[in-house]
Design a protein around this ligand. Structure first.
Ligand SMILES: NC(=O)c1ccc[n+]([C@@H]2O[C@H](COP(=O)([O-])OP(=O)(O)OC[C@H]3O[C@@H](n4cnc5c(N)ncnc54)[C@H](OP(=O)(O)O)[C@@H]3O)[C@@H](O)[C@H]2O)c1
Length: 298
């Protein structure tokens, strides 16, 4: 995004996002010969399962499939990689399938690409999500360009389209990568430099807040993840998770944002919640059961 570029090149340190931040997410058994091996990864695990046949080969039709919008993005591709590593099947919703194949590891039979531009309406998106996805993770974000309405089209209407598409194909789990400070105006952050900067370029945070409000009214089981400034570097601290409108500064590795998005699928404690996340070196290491469980629903 345009604001991303500006902040990335900045050398001053007055901004809540640190300067190194880059502003740029079983079935029943087919035959009796199959044996079910449940790979519940963590306490409270809800949906990660693998089925293997007698030869020990994975039965891909039994994997839980997650649709990832924005799968070619810096966070989206990490979400795809982590989902695959945890035994999910992934339908990567992308604008350009050839570019996606170059960006994401190929050759994994559990990864499929499907064309999905979130600005093209909910019918097309519903067809892309299909009747075999059990959850949608949205890691889209407008790309900088001449279209000043792009944030509104992608980060607001695009996300709304995705939610409506989920309703059309009865997908009842939605994870959104949003941002801290989206509600900044209402909570005394109107003069926060990041709030100002990100809204100067197409009202990005306001657009994201509109989409969040739509999700919350939709009835869908949501987890809205609001990260601080995103970094490409590996984690340098532990995840700090707070309720909405509590964090106004800080940053986090995209690896950790992807992990939070994937773990949200595993923990019922993440349902119907807005969580704000940054990482801090001095923060204690906490389980996701504990982190999500510490946030109340509103
Ligand atoms: N940067 C930060 O510091 C920061 C901080 C907090 C929150 N966030 C938010 O976190 C999310 C992820 O950020 P990121 O920097 O990892 O993202 P990113 O690398 O900028 O990737 C954006 C993704 O959105 C896709 N996209 C753009 N327009 C689309 C459209 N019309 N239809 C479908 N997909 C579209 C892009 O696809 P193409 O590859 O085809 O362009 C790309 O996959 C964003 O919502 C961002 O606003 C960012």
């Amino acid at each position: 995004m345009a604001a991303s570029l500006i902040l990335r090149n900045s050398t001053r340190s007055i901004l809540p996002y640190p300067l190194h931040t880059q502003f740029t997410p079983p079935s029943t058994l087919a035959t009796k010969s199959l044996s079910l091996l449940n790979f519940a990864k963590m306490e409270g695990s809800e949906i990660t399962e693998e089925v293997r046949n007698k030869a020990g080969e994975k039965d891909l039709s039994s994997k839980k499939k997650v649709f990832v919008a924005g799968a070619t993005g810096s966070t989206g591709k990490r979400i795809v990689e982590q989902l695959l590593a945890k035994g999910f099947a992934v339908k990567a919703g992308v604008r350009d399938i050839e570019k996606a194949k170059a960006t994401l590891s190929q050759g994994n039979p559990a990864l499929h690409f499907v064309k999905a531009d979130v600005t093209e309406g909910s019918d097309k998106l519903a067809a892309a999500i299909g009747d075999d996805s059990e959850a949608v993770i949205c890691a889209t974000g407008f790309r900088p360009g001449w279209d000043l309405l792009a944030p509104w089209k992608v980060d607001n209407f695009g996300t709304v389209n995705l939610v409506e598409a989920c309703r059309k194909v009865n997908v009842n789990r939605f994870i959104l990568i949003s941002s801290i400070l989206v509600n900044g105006a209402a909570v005394g952050q109107l003069l926060n430099p990041v709030y100002i900067l990100l809204n100067v370029f197409g009202l990005t945070l306001v657009a994201k807040l509109q989409a969040e409000q739509h999700i919350r009214k939709s009835g869908i089981n949501y987890t809205i993840i609001r990260p601080g400034g995103l970094r490409n570097e590996p984690p340098s601290g532990n995840v700090v998770m707070e309720p909405e409108d509590a964090l106004f500064e800080g940053s986090i590795s995209r690896d950790q944002v992807a992990e939070v998005a994937v773990e949200a699928l595993n923990f019922p404690e993440a349902s119907y919640k807005v969580v704000e996340i940054v990482s801090r070196p001095d923060a204690p290491k906490r389980s996701y059961h504990d982190l999500f469980g510490s946030i109340s629903q509103r």
